[in-house]
Design a protein around this ligand. Structure first.
Ligand code: FNR
Length: 189
């Protein structure tokens, strides 16, 4: 049976190193796992005044999340936190107004997830990931605890064809994905 992982990239720019990392992860996904990015460029900032009825982009995000076995959240680090775009995704998905049944739980509640990220600095999104993991606690998201996937100095880690140019990073990503596959199986039980 295939495990369907929905990926969200918290950088909106075309040349994003986080999306490059996600593309490498997609290509390296372990047997039985598919990773598909859901674009969020059209998702407006969460605003209670446009919440009900929710915009089509929020409904599409909700439907993709509900259909997925697990989420892969790929965040840049902006000023030691996750990007506003990533936090905005969490905020939308935390709303009961996006529940698939009236009065049901918000779509992200109880999902299985992993977090990874790429940044220009030395910590490779460590501080941004700490904050994002903390944002997921009240939503009871089952975030993989270990290992972490951190890509520091991300601007120098990719070849022109988008592949990773650094063996330790490739190994870290392979280990991370293998652990995520096991985590998903464990949390699904
Ligand atoms: C950054 N960057 C950054 N890097 C880092 O390691 N720690 C940080 O706190 C920040 N803060 C920060 C704030 C803002 C507003 C920007 C635009 C950038 C650098 C950042 O890691 C770098 O631009 C990455 O390349 C962003 O990820 P993408 O867009 O390549 O995926």
């Amino acid at each position: 049976m295939t495990t369907n992982v929905l990926a969200i990239c918290g950088s909106l720019r075309k040349g994003s190193t986080n999306r490059m990392l996600l593309r490498v992860a997609t290509a390296m996904a372990p047997a039985g796992m598919t990773i598909t990015e859901h674009p969020i460029k059209d998702l407006p900032l969460y605003d209670g005044d446009i919440e009900a009825p929710s915009p089509a982009s929020a409904i599409a995000l909700r439907d993709a999340v509900v259909a997925a076995d697990a989420l892969l959240l790929v965040t840049p680090e902006y000023n030691h936190g996750p990007s506003a775009a990533m936090k905005n995704v969490v905020d939308w998905l935390s709303r009961g107004s996006l529940a698939t049944t009236p009065g049901g739980p918000a779509p992200i509640i109880g999902k299985i997830a992993a977090v990874m990220g790429a940044s220009g600095g030395v910590s490779g999104t460590m501080r941004g990931q700490v904050q994002l993991r903390s944002n997921l606690v009240p939503l009871q998201v089952h975030v993989m605890l270990m290992p972490w996937m951190l890509l520091p100095a991300s601007g120098s880690k990719f070849n022109p064809d988008g592949s990773l140019n650094d063996e330790p990073s490739k190994k870290a990503l392979a280990d991370f994905l293998a652990a995520f596959a096991k985590w998903i199986e464990r949390m699904k039980r």
